[in-house]
Ligand binder design. Structure first.
Ligand SMILES: Nc1nc2c(ncn2[C@@H]2O[C@H](COP(=O)(O)OP(=O)(O)OP(=O)(O)O)[C@@H](O)[C@H]2O)c(=O)[nH]1
Ligand SMILES: [Mg+2]
Length: 617
């Protein structure tokens, strides 16, 4: 055995792994490892792109992008990304984060010392206040993924006080910027001062009794190591026998008065000009001059800064859109969005092409370089949200679940997108409404649980003030009734509740009407909707107070952009008025441009199988 060369001995034992530097082959093997790793990474990349190519094989438009030998890079931008980059946009619409207000800096123990003044009076400064935590809803943010990744956001601690009476610096604040439409709910909070006050009263005591600010200070604070800061040069015997004063009452920053009341429930559905305070930083400790008494003229102690408050909140992004598209996967929702707006959302002939919501804007404009209407009181655009497809039993977490329905909760109108070529349209509509109804039940249960937790008023009534729909301005049925966030904080915020989804107006967009044998399916759908309107059929959601005023179905061929011209008219009930106004104003000019303007297009579908049927429409 001893005749074996050392390198072979090492290679036949686990030594190279434990002591690679002892192995003569180490350098070469390390480089081999690196080479192998590089190769495997390259193989992985090739495999991924092959898989993507395979999966796009059925979508001719996508394949064209993939196989094109020269890609014009300038034709892509962040709104119209390259096919391979579609999945690179991270999107998170719900997360839980911890917000920590900054703790206070410690007070300072210091004495004046100058020429001829060897033992001067105390001059330690107070500790600085901790940083505050603010929140602000801003335009431009579209996802919560950055916050979800961070998890904890901490404001900085205040700096300690210094000698010569210098106070410590304030801690740096933290600003949490969230997308407009974010709902903030408090999960738990730890307020050290409140905990202290409760402890002082005794756990069995009357916790509702107000703390009397003039009451005698807490004597239990004596000798508390977590509260007092001692002079480092002092002898231990001095401190054990020192006559410590009573511990000062825990102090709160003046800013605490402008914090919203606990528990936090905010609906940030408008962009905020100024940030809103969520948690004020804790106060700094007191320097030693605060403890000068007649008997103790040179106190060798100061107090430590207070601990900062910690709040755990849940953030939920509910996108703001006027119209929500709901449909089974592959029904053609994204194609419809592309047909109506300039959105470049991805489409593909397979289920779950869309994995995160997309918003598109329909411009109600004459494209003549100025607004369609001179008056400002009418809208010039509305937004549409395309969400991932729902499948049967999505409420049992099948497919992508029901979570994405939160993005249509604020929508004023729902559009159910039904594929006429994919079997019974009525059954598909009922299946979709069933899932929407289940989501509504889930929300109701959540709301009930929340209102049970809502503080009870003095007269024993639960404070409950549901606010109006917070859809974007212009769709508000009662002007001025929208939930505009009042940045004047410090007031009780109403519990969050949005109108029931089933109470919203809805219509059906029957897509793929250009395909053969879709007429009868559409006819049955229309008949069904008429029966629902007349009350002969139960509302597909099964809810008693559901909207059934005028549910209509529009046959469209989204892929050929036919029939979609009528959709804005369904969304915007005042359109006839606008049409009249517009025709009075600019009729001749616009009629010439009618190829680009849906308002004046009289829809003559060429390919629509439903409309080409003799006697139809
Ligand atoms: N013939 C025809 N095909 C359509 C029409 N609308 C959509 N399609 C096709 O249907 C397929 C699915 O379209 P998508 O818009 O991706 O469907 P989706 O509902 O967004 O699907 P998910 O994102 O998976 O939920 C695509 O291949 C479209 O080209 C239509 O009106 N007529
Ligand atoms: Mg889609």
């Amino acid at each position: 055995m001893s005749s074996l060369p050392a390198s072979r001995l090492l290679s036949s034992s686990p030594t190279p792994f434990l002591y690679p530097c002892l192995d003569s082959t180490w350098t070469s093997s390390a480089s081999t490892f690196r080479h192998v790793a590089r190769q495997s990474r390259a193989r992985k990349r090739i495999a991924t792109s092959t898989i993507r190519r395979q999966s796009t094989a059925t979508a001719p438009s996508e394949v064209a992008h993939e196989d094109a030998p020269s890609i014009d890079v300038n034709q892509y931008d962040h709104l119209n990304p390259q096919p391979l980059e579609y999945s690179s946009n991270p999107f998170t619409d719900s997360c839980t984060i911890s917000l920590h207000a900054g703790g206070g800096g410690h007070g300072c123990i210091s004495f004046l010392r100058e020429k001829y003044i060897a033992n001067g009076p105390p001059n330690g400064g107070d500790g600085g206040t901790g940083g505050n935590v603010y929140i602000q809803a801003v335009q431009g943010e579209t996802s919560l993924h950055k916050l979800a990744r961070r998890g904890i956001l901490k404001a900085a601690r205040g700096k300690n006080g210094e000698g010569s009476g210098k106070g410590g610096k304030r801690g740096e604040d933290v600003l949490v910027q969230v997308p407009v439409g974010t709902v903030v709910r408090e999960i738990s909070r730890h307020d050290p001062i409140e905990a202290e006050e409760r402890k002082a009263k005794g756990f069995g005591g009357d916790v509702d009794r107000e703390v009397d600010a003039d009451a005698a200070p807490d004597q239990s604070g004596k000798w508390r190591r977590d509260k007092w800061l001692l002079y480092p040069g002092g002898l231990p015997k001095y401190f054990t026998s020192a006559d410590f004063p009573a511990l000062p009452r825990p102090r709160r920053s003046n800013l605490t008065a402008s914090q919203p009341q606990a528990p936090l429930r905010l609906d940030l559905d408008t962009p905020m000009k100024t940030p809103m305070l969520l948690a004020a930083g804790a106060m700094g400790g007191l320097g030693n001059p605060h403890f000068v008494t007649k008997s103790i003229t040179r106190p060798k102690y100061a107090t430590k800064g207070e601990e900062g408050m910690q709040i755990q909140v849940q953030l939920e992004l509910k996108l703001l859109a006027d119209v929500g598209l709901v449909g089974l996967p592959n029904a053609g929702k994204s194609t419809l969005l592309r047909a109506l707006t300039r959105s470049r959302t991805r489409i593909g002939d397979w289920a779950f092409t869309t994995l995160s919501p997309n918003i598109g804007t329909v411009v109600l404009d004459s494209y003549a370089g100025r607004p369609a209407l001179p008056s400002q009181q009418h809208r010039s655009h509305f937004t549409i949200a395309d969400i991932p497809g729902l499948i049967e039993d999505a409420h049992l977490d099948r497919g992508l679940g029901l979570g994405f329905l939160r993005h249509i909760e604020r929508a004023a109108v729902l559009a159910f997108v039904i594929d006429l070529s994919a079997g019974d349209a009525v059954a598909a509509l009922k299946a979709l409404w069933k899932e929407v109804g289940e989501y509504e039940n889930l929300r109701e249960r959540e709301l009930n649980a929340e209102s049970e937790r809502t503080p009870v008023d003095e007269d024993g009534m639960v404070a409950f003030k549901p606010f109006e729909s917070s859809i974007s301005p212009g769709f508000d049925p009662e002007p001025g009734g929208s939930n505009v966030l009042d940045t004047q904080v410090g007031r009780a915020l109403p519990p969050l509740s949005l109108p029931a989804i089933s109470s919203k107006p809805w219509f059906v967009v029957a897509t793929k009407a250009d395909k053969e044998h879709t007429q009868d399916n559409f006819g049955m759908l229309q008949e069904y909707l008429k029966r629902v309107q007349a009350g002969e059929e139960e509302h597909p959601s099964g809810k008693p107070n559901a909207w059934r005023k005028r549910p209509v179905a529009v046959p469209v061929s989204a892929v050929m952009k036919e029939g979609v011209e009528g959709i804005p008219g369904l969304v915007w009930p005042t359109q006839p008025f606008i049409l009249a106004e517009l025709s009075k104003l600019q009729s001749r000019k616009l009629r010439r441009r009618s190829g680009r303007n849906w308002i004046f297009l009289s829809f003559v579908p060429e390919h629509c199988q439903v409309c080409r049927r003799p006697g139809a429409r």
